[in-house]
Design a protein around this ligand. Structure first.
Ligand code: GDP
Ligand code: MG
Length: 669
């Protein structure tokens, strides 16, 4: 078995290349944090070769979790070869990582990606020189986007892996080289990746130094060497190495890359950016875009699809009912299938076309480069509240689903910021919460089309308020980390990419409908239709009513003292999409049970006032997320205590907001 790792800076095209090499459909995004865990897949046409997509990193120092994942993989699993993928339009900066990977004594090929852009920009790269200056490692020009040079790359890498030819690392100053070789002597680091470890010890890399069992005389000698060099070169050893790398790259660059003299002309991207990222216009433009997208996908085009899907399910439901009646199925079975399962699953699936249209637009914004600007614009705003734009990336991802959003927080170096982001990410309305919004806004505020898209704004405000509050506490205080994001050039994204991003975001709902929702619908049907002695009863006397009835007094101050509302909230913990279908079941909705079912809408109008409906909607948008997301919080926080704190905070916050809204709306209406 041959293993080949893809290593490179964020946004260099690793995932695009990975998809080309393996035929996989991993998410390609133009911001950091999209690949946070390594992904593996067999090389197309070579079952004995595994390709590993590592998270993007700028260096092999353990500042971020992604760096730890990538570095551990390279150093502990020792892949047979590394493809160091480089964004050729940012050659100089990308080569910094190259100098480090070269020290790991792993066979390596440089894949110069984005060659399509290089030609357009009139840049010339001398690949022979590049190879010569970087340890003789083979260089292959590719374009992952246009699928060029991939076959050649495969041939070269496989040859390289078989020959086990690692590049010869770059040399530092004589003084530094002397120190490194002394360290190699002292710690017996002569072979394999010895030089890598010696340099890490030289740099006082915290992780490597801690893990090294040193005898006390070794420790003393190391300290003496480092102190000596530091005095001589008047700098700390970490900086000495960093500078050494940059100096080397700067020295060889002119011979490798020739740029046409840049004309002082604004590119199209500059022109667009001068408007879109303008200090005053950027936020209104962002709000307008979100409004239009939401309006088009949910309110106009999307509402037709709901009718079609509704009609389709009615047809299925009718057919199945006739069939079951004809074969003489028991009444309870017909009821379970029709009102439990088909209604429950149908309510979720009915929403899928709308969601897909919404995700199509969001994916388009991502693919054309606008979403990176949003992160950049938001950084300016978020900095005032003590968060960086890095936190905004999870928030954007959270509009699709909270689980990947919580995982995307791994790019945030600062542990406090990361925790704060994890705790607040799910305030963003995820796709599953949209049916709740659509139902309550549609039923109680039909003349206010701005209200539904405003829920994104409410999410953002909830996050900002939480940051201001929590940043004042000991657990979260401190400056946000600096935020660096490359703004990719604007371009028309490829339809294939947009569609696959859309599918990536949306498939979760279809899978959920077939699994969790399917089972839940059956369970809810049962607990809402039977009592403790397993007799069929009206929902009012059911198990669900009894359980929810015990809890519901807690919600009386926010106008939601009914067991039905409580039951909806509980089912929302399993999956937020459930809430609508559960309300449909317990209110005996007679239509398809989706958020546009007229009978359900009239139920909502009957049982909720505008004030209590608003409070209920807000509570469910802001309270603890679904179990899948709570699980993700638990994983990422790696602490039960913090998970509890997060869920407790979210529920408390939601309660307070709902309370205020309920009381104020009651007072003024
Ligand atoms: P990763 O962060 O390294 O995994 O990079 P991705 O594969 O997610 O790609 C980052 C961005 O660069 C995406 O918007 C890609 O569409 C784009 N991209 C990747 N390869 C190429 C290429 O060869 N040419 C151009 N023009 N864009 C590319
Ligand atoms: Mg990636």
């Amino acid at each position: 078995m041959i293993s080949i790792a893809l290593a490179g800076n964020p946004n260099s095209g690793k995932t695009s290349l990975f998809n080309e090499l393996t035929g996989a459909r991993q998410h390609v995004g133009n911001w950091p944090g999209v690949t946070v865990e390594k992904k593996e897949g067999p090389l197309k046409g070579h079952d004995d070769v595994t390709i590993v997509d590592l998270p993007g990193i700028y260096s092999m120092s353990p500042y971020t979790l992604e760096e730890v994942v990538s570095r551990d993989y390279i150093m502990n699993e020792r892949p047979d070869a590394i493809i160091n993928i480089i964004d050729a339009t940012n050659l100089e900066r990308n080569l910094y990582l190259t100098t480090q990977v070269m020290e790991t004594n792993t066979p390596m090929v440089i894949a110069l990606n984005m060659m399509d852009l290089i030609e357009k920009r009139g840049i010339k790269i001398d690949t022979k020189k590049l190879s010569e200056k970087f340890g003789g490692c083979p260089v292959v020009e590719i374009s992952a986007l246009e699928r060029k040079g991939i076959d050649n790359l495969i041939t070269v890498v496989l040859k390289n892996a078989k020959e086990k030819k690692a590049p010869k690392p770059v040399n530092f100053d004589a003084d530094v080289e002397k120190a490194i070789s002394d360290i190699q002597d002292i710690f017996n680091l002569k072979d394999d990746a010895g030089r890598y470890y010696a340099i890490k010890l030289f740099e006082r890399d915290s992780v490597i130094t801690e893990n090294y069992k040193m005898a006390s005389d070794q420790k003393e000698k190391l300290h003496a060497i480092l102190a000596d060099v530091e005095e001589k070169l008047d700098n700390d050893t970490e900086t000495i190495i960093t500078n050494g790398r940059y100096d080397y790259i700067a020295e060889v660059m002119p011979s490798i890359q020739k740029k046409k003299v840049a004309k002082n002309e604004q590119t199209m991207t500059d022109k667009i950016d001068s408007i879109v990222t303008n200090r005053w216009l950027s936020l209104p433009i962002f709000a307008a875009i979100i409004f239009v997208i939401y309006y088009v996908s949910i309110t106009t085009i999307g509402s037709y699809t709901i009718d079609w899907v509704g009609a389709f399910f009615e047809w299925i439901s009718g057919g199945v009912e006739t069939f079951l009646t004809n074969i003489g199925a028991a009444d309870f079975l017909i009821d379970l299938v029709i009102n439990g399962i088909i209604a429950g699953v149908g309510a979720v699936l009915g929403f899928v076309p709308q969601l897909m249209i919404l995700f199509f637009f969001l994916s388009f914004l991502e693919g054309c480069g606008y979403m990176s600007r949003v992160a950049f614009i938001m950084d300016r705003a978020f900095r005032r509240f003590g968060l960086s734009g890095k936190s905004f990336i999870p928030f954007i991802i959270g509009t699709g689903c909270g689980v990947p959003a919580i995982m995307a927080t791994r790019t945030i170096e600062n542990e406090k910021d990361r925790r704060l982001t994890i705790m607040t990410t799910t305030f963003m309305p995820c796709g599953a919460k949209l049916p709740i919004i659509a139902l309550f806004v549609g039923a109680l505020f039909p003349d206010q089309p701005w209200l539904a898209p405003s829920c994104y704004l409410i999410g953002i405000v909830a996050i900002i308020v939480s940051c201001i509050l929590l940043k004042r506490t000991k657990g979260f205080s401190g400056e946000p980390a600096p935020f660096i994001i490359e703004l990719p050039e604007y371009r028309l994204p490829k339809l294939r990419n947009v569609l696959s991003m859309m599918w990536e975001k949306g498939k979760g709902f279809i899978i959920k409908a077939g699994t969790i929702i399917f089972v839940c619908s059956a369970v809810i049907w049962f607990v809402s239709g039977y009592n403790w002695t397993l007799q069929a009863v009206d929902p009012e006397d059911s198990i669900l009513a009894a359980v929810a009835g015990v809890i519901s007094p807690i919600f009386a101050p926010i106008g939601l003292g009914s067991w039905q509302a409580t039951a909806g909230t509980i089912s929302g913990l399993v999956a937020k999409e459930n809430l609508v279908s559960v309300l449909a079941v317990i209110y005996h909705a007679t239509g398809d049970g989706s958020e546009t079912d007229p009978s359900l809408i009239s139920n909502i109008q009957q049982y909720f006032t505008p004030a209590s409906g608003m409070a209920y909607m807000l509570f469910n948008l802001l309270c603890a997320p679904c179990f899948a997301a709570i699980g993700a919080i638990r994983r990422e926080m790696a602490s039960a205590k913090w998970t509890l704190a997060a869920v407790g905070y979210q529920c408390g916050f939601a309660y307070v907001v709902a309370f205020i809204v309920y009381q104020v709306m009651n007072a003024i209406m």
